[in-house]
Design a protein around this ligand. Structure first.
Ligand SMILES: Cc1ncc(COP(=O)(O)O)c(C=O)c1O
Ligand SMILES: [Zn+2]
Length: 406
């Protein structure tokens, strides 16, 4: 076997060709393993260089058999150096990985191209997810491309307008659940048990995270076959930080690098169970019952992947912190106004995190830092209209307009 599934706690193994999301013995999360010894680092890199830059360039490290994949051209996003932001963020070697460039405008597309391809391999006719917005937009698009049905459960009134519009436009059956994301996810898990009603594509699904880990491979290549000192990631359900760490640790395991980055997780203060666990020195995460933040994408109180995230942060030597809503908006504005990059509030949380991590001495000013900007700013125009200065208004009269702009 080239790859398989293994429980992160009890080590039980499962076939990658059956519908299984979590360990059938102890209920814990599953990891995808590969036969790493069979991979030669030199030939791996030679192979990569012959393929387009993006998720499927790294096929040898993806758990997919089919030659035909469900793709919209995901990954291959730019790593932008942000020199104008130095004075604001404090880090002198700051890069932003701009995931808003993905087909549906967020990093979720990396996971969904693999997840929906896997769904077809398993014979699924329907896919389902709970979502704070981006997952539903992405799954809806990939299900459309695959020609299968898509059901999404979203917290009513709590997802950004652009994301809701995307899910509707791509033809998903959208159910607004009168509750928060954590409640919607419980329902989606129940509805997808054994894949009977639909195949589940939340980040509890280990195959989806395999697509997301490719961000690490891309950053490694973009920095000239080197890992940065630190990677800063916004954390909601905690899948992405776990996936990115898996990517970097696999590069080390294969022998492509000796260095791996410290992983830093950033949560919004009103939804920060993982950051609190680090602050208080806890081994377990205490869930937040009524999470609240302007960054709706990370408005999650009970992150399903908390154990994987803690493992990633601890193994890498990193940390988790929280940032306030006003700090998030200030970071969003600074990135837009100093670098011309508009990201959604959840993504700006990572930049607010960089600033705080430098101020508090977790990251040295001279270190190389990659900040993951997870989603596009146009997804959530309402927050900008609500939080920013209002546009000026004038009569269609030269004198009046001149007075306003001078
Ligand atoms: C824009 C954005 N950033 C960050 C996250 C958090 O990712 P994760 O749930 O994998 O921690 C999400 C999840 O919905 C998101 O949409
Ligand atoms: Zn187990």
């Amino acid at each position: 076997m080239r790859y398989g599934l293994r429980c992160m706690s009890c080590g039980a193994e499962f076939s990658p060709d059956e519908v299984v999301y979590t360990c059938e013995f102890c209920g814990d999360l599953l990891d995808v393993w590969y036969n790493y010894q069979s991979l030669n680092p030199d030939s791996l890199i030679q192979g990569w260089r012959m393929k387009p830059f993006g998720v499927w360039r790294y096929r040898e490290l993806l758990p997919i058999r089919s030659r035909q994949v469900v793709s919209l051209g995901e990954g291959g996003t730019k790593l932008r150096r942000c020199d104008r932001l130095i004075s604001w963020a404090g880090a002198k070697n700051l890069f932003v990985k701009y995931e808003g460039e993905n087909p549906t405008g967020s990093f979720k597309d990396r996971g969904m191209t693999v997840g929906v391809t896997k769904a077809l391999e398993l014979g699924a006719k329907k896919v389902i997810c709970a979502s704070t917005g981006n997952t539903s937009a992405s799954l809806a698009a990939y299900a459309a491309k695959a020609g299968i049905e898509c059901i999404v459960l979203v917290p009513a009134g709590k997802i950004a307008l652009g994301k809701l519009a995307q899910a509707i436009a791509y033809g998903a059956k959208v159910v607004q659940v009168e509750g928060n994301f954590d409640e919607a996810l419980k329902l989606a898990i129940e509805l997808s048990k054994k894949g009977e009603l639909a195949y589940l594509l939340n980040s509890v699904n280990p195959f989806r995270l395999e697509g997301q880990k490719t961000l690490a491979y891309e950053v490694f290549e973009q920095l000239g076959m080197r890992a940065p000192d630190a990677v800063v990631v916004p954390v909601g359900n905690a899948g992405n930080i776990s996936a990115i760490w898996k990517g970097f640790s696999e590069l080390a395991r294969i022998g492509l690098t000796d260095e791996t980055p410290r992983m830093y997780g950033v949560q919004a203060s009103g939804a920060a169970p993982i950051a609190h666990a680090f602050k208080e020195g806890l081994e377990e995460v205490r869930f937040v019952e009524n999470p609240e933040t302007v960054a709706t994408a990370i408005r999650i109180g009970a992150p399903v992947n908390w154990k994987k995230a803690i493992r990633a942060i601890k193994e890498s030597g990193g940390w988790a912190i929280d940032v306030t809503d006003s700090g998030i908006i200030e970071a969003q504005k600074s990135l837009a106004r100093m670098e011309g990059m508009l990201v959604e509030p959840a993504s700006a949380a990572s930049l607010a995190g960089v600033r705080k991590l430098v101020q508090e001495g977790y990251i040295d000013r001279d270190e190389e830092v990659v900040c993951v900007a997870t989603g596009h700013g146009l997804k959530d125009p309402n927050t900008i209209i609500e939080w920013y200065e209002k546009p000026l208004q004038a009569a269609a009269n030269l004198e009046e307009v001149r007075k306003l702009i001078e």
